[in-house]
Design a protein around this ligand. Structure first.
Ligand SMILES: [Zn+2]
Length: 559
């Protein structure tokens, strides 16, 4: 550690002394286009890493000169090197399960649907539930709904409950129906439908909407082994897309699982593990404060909800939805009775914990800005870093409040590309001006932290950066950008995804930029997203990911 610090302070003349092999870095990357995100030295061509720290940056020659006989030298061929991406908003285990679950998304026929399930059933232990799937019968010739008959013979020992891609229906096999006690005599559920065979009257296995609860209730909590497999898949996937840190918005008690992995050297991603604000006292009583823990695993943040989502018309607006004038959306149950969110936020903030609250509609955002203003006023000045998650639709007058009140806008730009397809219809063009208002937020002095909301959106940061820079929509209907005045630059988007999200978790002093003394988290990309067509940014591939000084992904291989 002492040697490292000495190296940081060296003048060029002293660098010769670094030839002492005990001081030579473990790894140097040279001939790279390095955008450091550090305004003191924004662009360099080489970086040296010793142990888990960045020890020097400079020209390729300077950095090459530091290498000793034991130093690994990576010639980056002028490719782009950035600080590792920090995803400020993920649902980590759900993400992992989306990888370990059976994948039926691109099954092109009932036969392929059945054969994929058969193959998956061979890999999992007897008795384990087979879940997820995301099948889509609209892709199949004649669009027949799947039935339990198609899969019962290939899944005799595993209960199966696999959902359609929209989550509004799912197929159970015979064993799952049996465990759930669903028979031809089961009564219909209000708001749901049990599909029956027209000839025999037996349930086909398809349950729609509220009827899915019948089987959901019978599914046991995931075992430690299942969760571990999902968490391993998540951290491997993160390494492959250059994500080196995440804030897990729904970690809850899973922090114990992450610690188990950390102890065994299995964690390839730094995790800030958040729990629900409803249970804030669990942390409050221990005396733990925001961002407590190690560089790899930390706790002390609390997540709340103010409203629902735009897609389901439950995001809360001041004015009714343009296409459903009978509703303005709904407050989330955590906001009721009135005043409870302020009470919890004030108490949690007083205990030194960090509060981050989901708000989508403009009224939900205004209400949470009010909550934060009042909580800050009662507890007095402090570096508290309140966050609003999504900050999706904002009234013009509320945008400036983010900067003024020092509230971090934690946003997921990929949602813009997704929602932008139908948002105008929902809320009209006037309100759309304050939707995903990246430009206005930055201009008003707000801090942005970017993330994905994985699994709601892909984890790959390139998708989010492309969306923030181009404001294109997934349907290709806005090639020049939807609400284009809210576009930001590549550099601003990368900042929000690195140093911005580091700030949002009280970690900007140790990561987020490529600066001597900071943690060695970097990602090498196969194209320079600062140059060329921004619409192609999502085609970028990761060549190399380093976390904590350790190569965790290289040339297509997770290490
Ligand atoms: Zn989320």
């Amino acid at each position: 550690m002492k040697a490292t610090i000495a190296l940081l302070l060296m003048t060029p003349a002293m660098l010769t002394a670094a030839k002492d092999p005990t001081l030579a870095p473990d790894l140097v990357i040279v001939d790279a286009a390095i955008h450091t995100m550090d305004p003191a030295r924004p662009i360099v061509a080489g970086v040296a890493i010793s142990g888990k720290l960045i020890t020097a940056v400079g020209s390729a020659a300077e950095i090459r000169g530091l290498a000793g006989p034991g130093t690994r030298v990576i010639d980056a061929g002028n490719k782009l090197l950035l600080p590792g991406f920090n995803d400020a908003h993920v649902h980590w285990l759900m993400g992992g399960f989306s990888i370990t679950n059976v994948n039926l998304r691109d099954a092109q026929s009932p036969a392929e649907f059945a054969s994929r399930l058969a193959a998956h059933a061979k890999k999992v232990p007897k008795g384990q539930w087979i879940l997820g799937g995301d099948w889509d019968h609209e892709k199949w010739p004649g669009t027949p709904l799947p039935t339990r008959e198609m899969i019962d013979s290939v899944t005799p020992d595993n209960p199966v409950f696999v959902n359609r891609t929209d989550g509004h229906m799912a197929l159970a096999n015979g064993l799952a129906l049996k465990l759930a006690g669903v028979t031809r005599d089961t009564k219909e559920v209000p708001g749901g439908l049990i599909v029956h065979d027209a000839k025999t009257g037996e349930p086909t296995g398809i349950l729609k909407d509220a009827a899915m609860d019948l089987v959901d209730k019978a599914i046991p909590e995931r075992s430690f082994e299942e969760k571990l497999a999902a968490a391993r898949a998540a951290t491997a996937h993160a390494a492959s897309v250059g994500v080196t840190s995440v804030t897990d918005m729904s970690a809850g008690d899973d922090v114990g699982l992450y610690q188990w992995m950390l102890d065994r050297g299995e964690l390839k991603t730094r995790i800030y593990a958040i729990r629900s604000i409803v249970t804030w006292e669990v942390l409050g009583k221990t005396g733990v404060r925001a961002a407590f823990g190690s560089d790899m695993l930390r706790i002390g943040g609390l997540k709340g909800f103010a409203d629902g989502s735009l897609g389901s018309s439950t995001a809360l607006f001041f004015e009714p939805y343009s296409d459903t004038p009978n509703t303005r959306g709904l407050l989330f149950e955590q906001m009721l009775p009135e005043g409870i969110m302020l009470k919890r936020t004030t108490a949690a903030d007083k205990a030194g914990l960090q509060v981050m609250i989901h708000a989508i509609g403009d009224e939900a955002n205004a209400q949470i800005l009010d909550v934060y203003e009042k909580a800050a006023a009662s507890n007095g000045a402090r570096d508290r870093r309140f966050r609003i998650e999504h900050a999706q639709h904002l009234r013009a007058g509320d945008i400036a409040r983010f900067g003024r009140q020092h509230v971090i806008a934690s946003m997921q730009p990929y949602h813009e590309a997704d929602d932008g397809r139908w948002c105008d219809k929902r809320i009209g063009p006037e309100r759309a001006k304050g939707t995903y208002a990246f430009r206005s937020l930055l201009d008003s002095g707000a801090r942005l932290a970017f993330g994905s909301d994985w699994t709601v959106a892909p984890l790959n940061p390139m998708e989010g950066i492309k969306a923030a820079v181009t404001r294109q929509t997934l349907d290709g209907k806005h090639p020049g950008g939807w609400v284009p005045e809210q576009k930001i630059t590549v550099d601003e988007a990368v900042q929000a995804y690195t140093v911005g999200s580091a700030y949002a978790e009280f970690a900007e002093k140790v990561k987020g930029t490529i600066t001597p003394g900071k943690l060695a988290d970097v990602v090498l990309l196969d194209r320079d997203i600062y140059k060329g067509d921004p619409a192609e940014i999502d085609k970028t591939q990761v060549i190399l990911t380093i976390v904590d000084g350790r190569v965790v992904y290289e040339n297509g291989m997770v290490k």
